[in-house]
Design a binder for this molecule. Sequence first.
Ligand SMILES: *[C@@H]1O[C@H](CO)[C@@H](O)[C@H](O)[C@H]1NC(C)=O
Ligand SMILES: *[C@@H]1O[C@H](CO)[C@@H](O)[C@H](O)[C@H]1NC(C)=O
Ligand SMILES: *[C@@H]1O[C@H](CO)[C@@H](O)[C@H](O)[C@H]1NC(C)=O
Length: 556
Amino acid sequence: MGSLGTLLVCVLCLACASAASLGAVLTEGGMVEGKNINKGLFSSMDVFKGIPFAAPPGRFQYPKPHPGWSGVLKATEFQKRCLQVTLTQTSTRGSEDCLYLNIWVPQGSKVSTGLPVMVYLFGGGFLVGGAQGANFMDNYLYSGEEIADRGKVIVVSVNYRVGSLGFLSTGDANAPGNYGLRDQHAGIAWVHRNIRAFGGDPDNITIFGESAGSASVSLQILSPYNKGIIRRAISQSGVALSPWAINKNPLPLAQKIAQKVGCPINNTTQLMACLRITDPVAVTMAGDLLLFGSTEPIVWNLGLSPVIDGDFIPDDPGNLFHNAEDIDYIAGVNNMDGHLFAGIDVPSLNSNLLETSPEDVKNLLRGLTKEKGEQAANAAYGLYTRNWGASPSKETVKTTVVDAETDFLFLVPTQATLYLHAEKAKTGKTYSYVFNMPSRIPVFPSWMGADHAEDLQYVFGKPFTTPLAYFPRHRDVSRYMIAYWTNFAHTGNPNKGESSVPATWPQFTNLQPQYLEINNKINQNSIKNSLRIPFVQYWTITFHSFPTVANSTAEQ
Ligand SMILES: *[C@@H]1O[C@H](CO)[C@@H](O)[C@H](O)[C@H]1NC(C)=O
Ligand SMILES: *[C@@H]1O[C@H](CO)[C@@H](O)[C@H](O)[C@H]1NC(C)=O
Ligand SMILES: *[C@@H]1O[C@H](CO)[C@@H](O)[C@H](O)[C@H]1NC(C)=O
């Protein structure tokens, strides 16, 4: 009996030591089966890739429900991105059939139930990007695995249409626009209807996103369409009030795209009838971005973006904050978010050889303030150079360029959003952060802080997934961010939940606009307040007091 008994005990141990798994799951469209990844003793992850949340979309049409399938759908491969230009803008990639989402479910010894859900909206200027993100050696940037595992939450990533096919609008009923935003909403609503079958709590959905995905998060919670569906939201570097988030005059760009593919432009009915039967690859290519050689700051070239369509976005976003009164909200920026764009607008910026002159600063401010003319540019120049002294260092001039671009594109609109959210909130809480971990990009100058998108690697836990590419301090930042983000998804309070945090992050209120500085050295001194008040005041009040002299909306 002795050895047989030992063997029996061992077999039983192995059986009980393996974690639970969902197996096939019944959704509204039919059965889906993913893959179970072993994560160690009593721990595993169910991963579902490429679940359709809507039918393949009609061209320039809103998403419609998927008709469903029979049998068990194998959800084990990521689906294609939505049709889009490549990064070099010389060709296209992806497919029109692209409305799919991915789900990561952490499992212990028993099948998980009632988990909070975090739905991710990717960034890419509303022009490019996909739900799983870029792939380096089979490691996808937006894999939900680390967040789900460490924070005990379900992570979902959603695809949506981008570029011409996602955001072209004639500004009238022929092409109301916002197709990509409607896709995002369809994905979030699918999660709300189906996530219980995966062990999720449909009443604890947090949406989070970065850049255009972050502005999308902001727009989704302001849209009346998501009332009662979304509980919480996190905006990383982008809000509905960002100057690039809404195109208030989309017709000229629709006409320009139509003209490029040989469609009539004087009658929007005919324009759209023609675009609908034109090769979608050609329509997508025609929506490319003029990156270099523009006389204007790059922000004014980002025209394929959401619009105020009178329905999904019923009004100017500033008038919609009552729709978010019960949403808990975290919003923040990277301290040098504008650097990526400043390097395009002021080419000398990253050169060690070329100097950036005060005239370059003046010209950039002229471009950013073009709507209000020379008076506004002069006032801005006075403010941004007020601490320069008689002969500012090269570094001072360069960081001023980055500050101006960061303020205008990201920081100030995010602060304005935080104040409005806090002002209109009923049960919703408000939290503000600045991410300022120094850049890891080796070619950048020594004064570099956190550039646009550098927060993503930490939120998605890359210092843990690929430890050799990082130092322990990077794992610290990553651990902190995942802790705050997933605690927030659990409780609406980033300090309370599954994970301990290095400092208590206080709420942002209009009387005490406190924020957390996020880096590898977080402690009680990382709590600051009144972020860049003179600059927030300039752009939100003084700037608007000047008479308007030109059109501010994006036209290519
Ligand atoms: C959401 O999650 C929290 C914490 O896990 C739980 O207390 C709460 O009941 C859940 N549901 C709602 C609607 O808040
Ligand atoms: C379209 O309108 C423009 C400007 O009003 C005009 O110059 C052009 O001739 C028109 N084209 C056609 C085909 O009607
Ligand atoms: C635009 O074209 C449609 C379809 O050809 C036509 O019915 C409509 O009258 C035209 N509109 C104008 C303002 O010419």
